[in-house]
Design a protein around this ligand. Structure first.
Ligand SMILES: C[S@@+](CC[C@H](N)C(=O)[O-])C[C@H]1O[C@@H](n2cnc3c(N)ncnc32)[C@H](O)[C@@H]1O
Length: 373
């Protein structure tokens, strides 16, 4: 698992990204503006806004990175102009409406990390009428792919030295959005724009696209490459397109076919793509020339829990052991008992809840930690 330090060092280290945001901020922000930095991480975009004259930033992030943002602003003497909020942007409530929203939640395909829902919610609840949004628009793009490295991703569970019991997961890999650095040489068709997603205006709840790819060379068709062109402010574009000079170093996506097939220059491959504004569901269809459509969807690679499989809206839910332990601990939170007292009491009242008292302590500490206790 990547630590917040590694993750956010990675964002800060992307060459050219800060300059693009700087250009967008200079064009959009007026000195004195208040700004909400959605998914602020360690606070870098908010910091750029403060330097550009913003009067106050509300930095919102639900991970430990927010503590690094808070401490950074304190050390920089900017804490009076920075409010660090540890919460989901969907739950955070600001004390005032702001002049602008900023974020870099653009993901690999533009929409795939949920930026559309995130910004839509914040626009309605946090932004002044007529306020600005950075980025303002995203165009997800696709092209045909013929590439050994992509194909290897699509059949990664099928490798000869893998235990054969896991081969069934190959069907999952074929229905997965893979993060991958696509090279120009991997592409076998011109690119198509899948959607024009406006972030500063209302849009649909789901997007769907239908088109055709004209094959540029004789090759094996392995699937679709995806990337984004993202307009941060008017005329300021950030892209991870393998075709663009000066693209930022961020992975693209590879969407495999169920089965690769041979194509010739000039062939037409049918393609359709649908995605939700939550960004978590992508469905794509590829139709070989004269062949049957191949239908893929990230829906088909969801990992279902026993609870999902047993889910029945008409059946009363029951608490599992973790639920009972959580309930027992939270019921004792009364503003008087200390965390240590709650821990001791839960263990005494529910001796059989966990195999060891050590594990019970660890579990309860994590639960109370969520409340800041
Ligand atoms: C791609 S990083 C960008 C961090 C920082 N804004 C930057 O540009 O370097 C996205 C951040 O958004 C946070 N995040 C994602 N969804 C969120 C949500 N709904 N509420 C709060 N934080 C969120 C993640 O924890 C992560 O730190």
């Amino acid at each position: 698992m990547t630590s917040p330090l590694e993750e956010h060092y990675g964002y800060l280290a992307i060459a050219g990204r800060a300059e693009l945001y700087q250009a967008a901020i200079s064009q959009t922000i007026t000195p004195g503006d208040t700004i909400a930095d959605l998914g602020c991480g360690v606070g870098v975009l908010g910091l750029q806004c403060l330097r550009a004259g913003a009067s106050h930033i509300y930095g919102i992030d639900y991970t430990d990175a927010i503590e690094l943002a808070r401490e950074t602003m304190l050390r920089a003497g900017l804490d009076a102009r920075y409010t660090a909020i540890r919460d989901s942007t969907f739950r955070a409530v600001l004390p005032e409406k702001v002049d602008a929203l900023i974020c870099d939640h653009v993901g690999f395909f533009g929409f795939d990390y949920g930026i559309i829902d995130m910004v839509r919610d914040a626009r309605v609840r946090m932004l002044k009428p007529g306020g600005a949004v950075i980025p303002r628009r995203i165009d997800p793009m696709i092209a045909g792919v013929s590439s050994d490295s992509c194909r290897a991703l699509a059949q990664q569970w099928n490798e000869a030295d893998f235990p054969p019991e896991y081969r069934w997961l190959n069907a999952y890999a074929r229905n997965t959005k893979h993060a991958h650095n696509i090279e120009t040489a991997d592409l076998c068709s011109p690119a198509l724009t899948v959607a024009n997603v406006a972030l500063d205006a209302d849009g649909p709840d789901r997007y769907s696209f239908k088109g055709t790819l004209e094959i540029a060379r004789d090759c094996r068709f392995d699937g679709l490459a995806g990337w984004f062109n993202c307009e941060l402010a008017e005329g300021v574009w950030m892209t991870n397109s393998p075709l663009a000079e000066g693209h930022i170093a961020r992975s693209n996506v590879f969407l495999p076919c169920l089965q690769s097939f041979a194509v010739k220059a000039g062939d037409i491959v049918g393609v359709s793509l649908r995605f939700t504004t939550a960004g978590d569901m992508i469905a794509w269809t590829v139709t070989p020339p004269g062949g049957k459509p191949q239908k893929m969807s990230t829906w088909n690679s969801r990992i279902l829990t026993q609870a999902d499989l047993a889910a029945d809206a008409g059946k009363p839910p029951v608490l599992d052991r973790n639920g009972r332990a959580r309930l027992a601990a939270l019921a004792l939170v009364d503003g008087k008992r200390t965390a240590a007292e709650i821990e001791a009491q839960v263990i005494a009242n529910h001796p059989g809840l966990f195999p060891t008292a050590e594990e019970a302590s660890r579990f309860i500490r994590v639960e109370l930690g969520r409340l800041g206790l």
